[in-house]
Design a protein around this ligand. Structure first.
Ligand SMILES: [Zn+2]
Length: 481
């Protein structure tokens, strides 16, 4: 039986985080009332005058730099013609050859092995409007033109991916880079990060590509994986039964767990691309590139490496603390505010992961933390100075979240600070031992679990302020000695 190898290339449409659309001043605000963010230009009315949004070009350059791509200094917009109700002008302003961003690559790690996936190109284009199917009891499709004309960067990969898993890893990595670069909010469900996959199979060892199928607009990582897995199996079954594949566009239907044919795929010729007669060429000089380089924030791979090498984090911790740019910035602010070395860095990371992240709200690029980095620095500095122990610090933290008060105010109010000095603590330990002779007998008779009872008694007697490690050491000294 012939063994097949999947060949997958991905096209990602990422909405660029500009304030206004690509060729007019209309707002790109998400969630506005339908058909309120419009003007003659983004409706494609004859006689309107499009102007290029420079910010979109700057963000595209930033992506090019983040992915190590060539940047083409002189490119143009081309009209891509097709008819669909979501495109009022019957053509889309897009880019043909050359695109603003050329070749680059993106590294993914598959089972611990690094794989370099080629980026073919990235080009600027205007988004189409949004068709909302099934209005009027299912009879009509209504169109919201607010989205029409919003700036997109289409990022096209080489057909270098060899499994659905690799495709998912590539997408996650690309999304992470775009989010950290501050150019896209990475929201698959709301469609600001959309993915199409080109999938074909070929006999293992064959150079020539098979007939490819394009999977359109898959709106979650899970669906991407399932759609590609289904498509590979479907194509293998067609070929195994002696059939032939057609070049077509299919869509993933989650309800039936299958890809469904939409239409036979157009070729570039069908779109009759030609250079836009009314849009200015995109001209990029050194200054624009240098400005974009200066604005490119540190990227997640570099942040993780720094967290591991300089701040003592495990790869797992580093992954959690770079799961969102806001979280990475928060940890960075606390660590640098406390001048953390590797040991302190790890303690700060532990506290943030176990306490702070539990109450952190993430929405798009925004992260809302229960307390500011400064407030957390104040609290953790008290732990470092042994004013309070870690258990108390957790209680104080929850009080801070609930009341909005500072750590110092809460410690003062509850009379917590000061801890317990060793001599006073030893006196408490001896008192507890003296008061509980039968437990002492049990412990010395080999019932090790009773030890926890003694720790609890001493902690209670000191109102939780004693250093638990010191309590254990003193108990061992007097119980075992
Ligand atoms: Zn407009």
């Amino acid at each position: 039986m012939t063994r097949y190898e999947p060949v997958i290339g991905l096209e990602v449409h990422a909405q660029l985080l500009t304030e206004t659309k690509l060729f007019c001043g209309c707002s790109v605000a998400y969630g506005a009332e339908p058909n309120t963010q419009l003007c003659p230009t983004c409706l494609g009315l004859p006689g309107s005058v499009p102007r290029l949004n420079r910010r979109a070009v700057e963000l595209a350059i930033r992506v090019g730099l983040a992915l190590g791509c060539e940047i083409h200094r002189d490119t143009a917009f081309s009209r891509k013609h097709y008819f669909y109700p979501d495109l009022a002008s019957n053509y889309q302003n897009s880019q043909f050859e050359p695109p603003v961003i050329g070749r680059g690559e993106l590294c993914i790690e598959v089972d611990g092995v690094e794989r370099r996936i080629g980026i073919t190109r990235a080009h600027l284009e205007e988004d189409a409007a949004k068709n909302i199917h099934g209005a009027g009891g299912g009879l009509y499709t209504v169109v919201d033109y607010n989205r029409g004309g919003q700036p997109l960067l289409e990022i096209v990969s080489e057909p270098d991916l060899r499994s659905a898993e690799e495709a998912e890893l590539y997408l996650r990595k690309l999304r992470e880079i775009l989010i950290f670069a501050g150019v896209n909010d990475g929201n698959l469900e709301e469609g600001s990060f959309r993915c199409d996959a080109n999938v074909s199979i070929r006999p293992v060892g064959q150079e020539k590509f098979g007939t490819r199928v394009e999977l359109k607009n898959i709106n979650s990582f899970r669906f991407v994986r399932r759609a590609i897995e289904f498509e590979i199996a479907r194509q293998e079954a067609v070929l195994a039964s002696g059939g032939a594949l057609v070049q077509e566009t299919r869509t993933w239907n989650e309800n039936v767990g299958q890809t469904i044919s939409m239409r036979e795929k157009e070729s570039a010729q069908d779109y009759r691309y030609f250079e836009s007669p009314e849009l200015p060429r995109i001209e990029i000089d050194d200054e624009m590139i240098e400005r974009a380089r200066a604005q490119l924030p540190e990227l997640p791979d570099a942040i993780r490496a720094r967290f591991i090498e300089e701040l003592g984090l495990t790869p797992y911790d580093a992954g959690v603390l770079t799961s969102h740019p806001g979280i990475a910035r928060y940890f960075d602010a606390v660590a640098s505010g406390m001048k953390a070395d590797a040991k302190l860095g790890k303690r700060i990371a532990n506290f943030i992961q176990s306490e702070v992240l539990r109450d952190t709200q993430i929405a798009g690029l925004d992260a809302k933390f229960p307390v500011t980095p400064e407030a957390l620095i104040e609290l953790l500095s008290m732990v470092e100075a042994r004013t309070i122990n870690l258990n108390l610090a957790k209680q104080v933290f929850h009080e801070m979240v609930a009341s909005g008060k500072s750590a110092a105010a809460i410690v003062e109010e509850k009379g917590l600070g000061g801890g317990v000095d060793e001599a006073a603590l030893e006196a408490e330990v001896l008192k507890v031992i003296e008061k509980n002779p039968s437990q002492v007998e049990q412990y010395r008779g080999g019932k090790a679990a009773v030890f926890g009872f003694f720790v609890g008694q001493v902690m209670r007697a000191t109102r939780g302020q004693a250093d638990p490690q010191l309590v254990q050491a003193l108990l061992r000294k007097h119980l075992d000695g």
